[in-house]
Design a protein around this ligand. Sequence first.
Ligand code: PLP
Length: 463
Amino acid sequence: MSPDSPGTSGASHDGAPVPDAGAKSGRDASLSGSLYERALRVLPGGVSRNTVLRQPHPFYAVKGEGCYVTDIEGVQRLDCANNMCSLIHGHAHPAIVEALSRQLREGTAFTFATETEVLYAEHMCDRSPGFEKIRFVNSGTEAVMSCIKAARAFTGREKIAKVEGAYHGIYDYAEISQTSNPSNWGDLRHPPSIPVTRGTPQGVLDDVVVIPFNDPETAVAILDEHRGELACVLIDPIPHRVGFIQANGDFIDAIRRWTTADGSLLVFDEVITFRSAYEGAQSWYDGAPPELTALGKIIGGGLPVGAIAGRADVMDVLNPLAAKVLFPHSGTFSANPLVMSAGLTAMRLYDRDAVARLNALGDRARRQIAVGIADAGLPVSVTGAGSLLRIHMSPMAPTTYREAYVDPERAHKTKRLLEYAFDHGVMLINTGSAALSTVMTEREVDTLCEVLLGALRAATEHD
Ligand SMILES: Cc1ncc(COP(=O)(O)O)c(C=O)c1O
């Protein structure tokens, strides 16, 4: 079972790696095993998203309650994956269930605007100084794509820059070099544009400039070669694939100053990181906020969502009332009332106190794990920020994508870690990461730490 090879195999829709191409379904007498047999006949690889693949078969959920999820076999686990960091209040939060039930009775989609979308837009624009206007879309991928298209429309430029190894969804331009590896990543001073999907047009590769993470000098030297060409520089402030390592102030500062001088836009992908502070992780950095921010995951209250938010004049490229609409944008289910009700309820609940409490739980988890690692002398490390953490099968905490890169040996250990945790009642993200939820208490965090430390001992016992 289990996912493996973080960073060594293909890309999934959630920013997590896919298991071995050779993973087989295997025959299995379990309910999940027989469901998977049927799924294999009608879904490519038997799944709708690569992230849920495990060997010998995926597990099928029947119920989520608070911070626990129960599979079809009746096994309950502490859910530290939270649908890939999207369930900030865990499963079936009563206030969200109530809001959704009310909306369900009133209708699920209209060819009208709704008051809820206005209320939600007001909430988000009040929440973060960088959000003067917002447009809701349906996924993080769509949000990132819309940011890039808006940046192009605003600047009249075609190229973008992005960080090596950073996952931003599956839009052609955004997925470039998301899975670079030692055989193709080349010279750090000029990382090549590596395609993820076969058939990626050469034009796309030519239009994406790849920069290293947290290395301001090298990044700026690369950007300098493209002065006047870039529509935007796209940054995730705690990129999952890069290791859930926080972008340092110098790096963000350097990029902020460079884009301002260049006339290109700074775009933050806060699809995961918005949870990290009430205003989003962008509030950690000095200087003007990013012109545009991509949002998703937690802002849907458990339903599929995305949003693009930012400076009013930039957002105006979407303005359908303009004499010439620079970026015509639509979406049948954009700002769908179900998503708006769930999202607004979730974000109102995620107030400053809730953010502070959750981040304190994250600090507690990372501290306990780090102490446990040091006490046991384990050759592993932990990184992360706010309510996110990631285990690395290397003694030194990485600071760059290349250091965080998971080679086959580390991948094998990560697989053992995940299997142990899963078998001991804790569900992690298949990169060895965890995302906490507000319904957790110190008790659940202590359970997570205890199981993780057991898993780390098991995963490294032959070292
Ligand atoms: C940082 C980041 N950006 C964008 C996306 C894409 O979001 P979605 O899966 O909703 O399309 C993800 C998904 O994991 C993500 O982690």
